[in-house]
Design a protein around this ligand. Sequence first.
Ligand SMILES: [Zn+2]
Length: 744
Amino acid sequence: MRLRFNPKTAAAGVLLAAGLAAAAVTAAMLAGPGQAGAAAPAAPVPLAPSPDGIALAAPDASAVRVPSSPQAWGGIRSGQEATLSDRVVHYDIDATLDPDKHTVTGRQKLTWRNRSQVAVKSVYLHLYMNAFAGSGSTFFTEKLQREAAFRSGVDIKEGEWGHIALNRVAQDGAAVPWTFVHPDNGPASDHTVVRFDLPAAVAAGASTTLDIDFLTKLPRVMARTGYFGSFHLVGQWFPKIGVLELPGERGATAPRWNVHEFHLNSEFYADFGSYDVRITAPKAYTVGATGERQGAPVENKDMLTHRFVQGDVHDFAWTADKRTAKPLVETWTGPGSPQVTVTVLYPPEYAASAKPALKAAKDSLSYFSNTLGPYPYKTLTVVIPPHNAEEAGGMEYPTFFTAEGYAKVEPDTLAQYALDFVTIHEFGHGYFYGLLASNEFEEPMLDEGLNEYWDARMVRERGQKIFLTTPFLRKLGFAPSIEVFDGDRLASPRNDPADAVGQNAWNRLQDIGPVYTRTATMMRDLEAAIGKEATERAFKEYYRRWKFRHPSAADLRETLAEVTGQRALVERVFEQQVYASSRIDDRIASLSSREVLPAPGTRQVGGAWVEDKQADLDKRIEQTRERWKKAHPDARAGSGPYPYRTEVLLRRYGATVPQTLLVKFADGSSKTVHWDADEKWRTFSWTTPSKAVSAELDPQRRHYLDTSKLDDSRTLEADGSATRRWSMDFAAVVQALLSLIANV
Ligand SMILES: [Zn+2]
């Protein structure tokens, strides 16, 4: 998902401009929970144990420390198996859209395989759409308590709520009773997780099929899903079974159901499987969906039934609109991938966005498949939501995602950057979420964070910059730009980071933005330390090992450590930043460089004591200097007959990171030293023929997480180059630019 960024309505001063996720921390968030008003939710109810005794994942679960076993999720997929993934589920769904009532009537056959070695008597399902049923859901409770907005903060008005109702659940014809449960201790009024107590237990290794009739009422588009006018983005719309994790998978030591409530900022987690979905909609509607279309739509009076099938994915979303313009369709080919049909569905008002989105999608296919591994599916559908349905934009589903629409997309403007970046980002989720199917509830850094990082690498490789300007300002000659990783850095909390990037999606003081920006910055710093080539090898291996499985943070850490051979460094970064939130703040506290001159005092000469008096010394020094000048007419300032003693005092106000100090001297020479010790200060000194002109910590710019780069350099002459390099550190500058843009 893309956190909301819209240059048309961008709030001045918010660093979102960097095209980044960036939610700056709001005062409301820091102030803590607000007052729950009339819509106060019911109190939590304790969770009754399931009849088979299988536990649920803890409500505070977050980044995993223990690597998964090699056999996790069926082991590494070699590509020689009958299916790409070790399929656990099959969904067979007939869905009928009523575009006027904004409802989807569904008949679903869900086949689920019990991978565990115990009989399963209860299964748990997500009913995500119930997050939009009313103010008492976990989603809205968190929204109210935090006084937070979801992305751009569109609110649901009267008649715009959504829900999903179970009309019938049966196992082999026998009715299945169900109960709403609250695995995260949310309010009793939350109905986003349901437990089915099965008439017949599912034996170890066996499968069962459940018949589920449901009715989904879509909300007005507000958070990733819903309708606006005739436009429908149908995501998280069907009853979806939770993941039964086994020992050795993501830190589990016994079978456990991983089914969290739908939180304000959390996304999803599901088993791989196959989908066969028949979507019936009125003829005038253009339908797009996850997967491959099977033949021409089947006509029935004024309705058409469109069939889509896809294997080896873990979700299914679709869209229907009667305003869709003629779709753009092109193909893409790349090594190891099947030919991919790329389709862009867009409304007439955003025709200008269709071609740029198509290009960005195809460029992303090339970049991600080259740097990680082949894109294994035959389709990719890009949906540009219409005007007023922006909240449907910037969301990913397997082989299907939504981008953003702009009426005008001019080169080197913020709109062009935003459209490109959102398209790249949503495509990127096809890898970091789609293929590398991490748990988005518990470890959002593995999808949002790694994706943001890999997107920024792609942007960096293309030489693309974030242009903080509009077409109008550009005509006036105002077109400042920043590098993409500078943008991520600026949008990361660095001075007072409160949440480890490995924290789960909902238990966060500083909201979800840092998952994107701080993870990207941390990974960028790790790359600076281990090298670009080693990083790319490690990520290719991460893809090879974990595609079609569910890696944890520990699995990422192990892959990075093993492939790069730099375990200590990788483990340090994970301890400091993934499992904790360490401030990095190294500074040059002082720099001095003084001539070492003869000094007054007494000394013994031939048995007698002689005193060197200051006046005599001054005279001698002057004479020596004059002689030296005559002998060295072209000497630069800062050199002379006497040596210089240079001292640099380094201070460390945060966690220990390996540092490099570079000191430059007037004669063009330099000294480089490393400071890796776990200590709060250190003085380095040299006696050299020439005076120091500057000292710089981290000259290779390895530490973007450092609170401030301005205090990383000192000069003794009027040479501001080191400082100028980091002038973008002044967030105020960026904010000023932004407020200007927002007001034009
Ligand atoms: Zn995202």
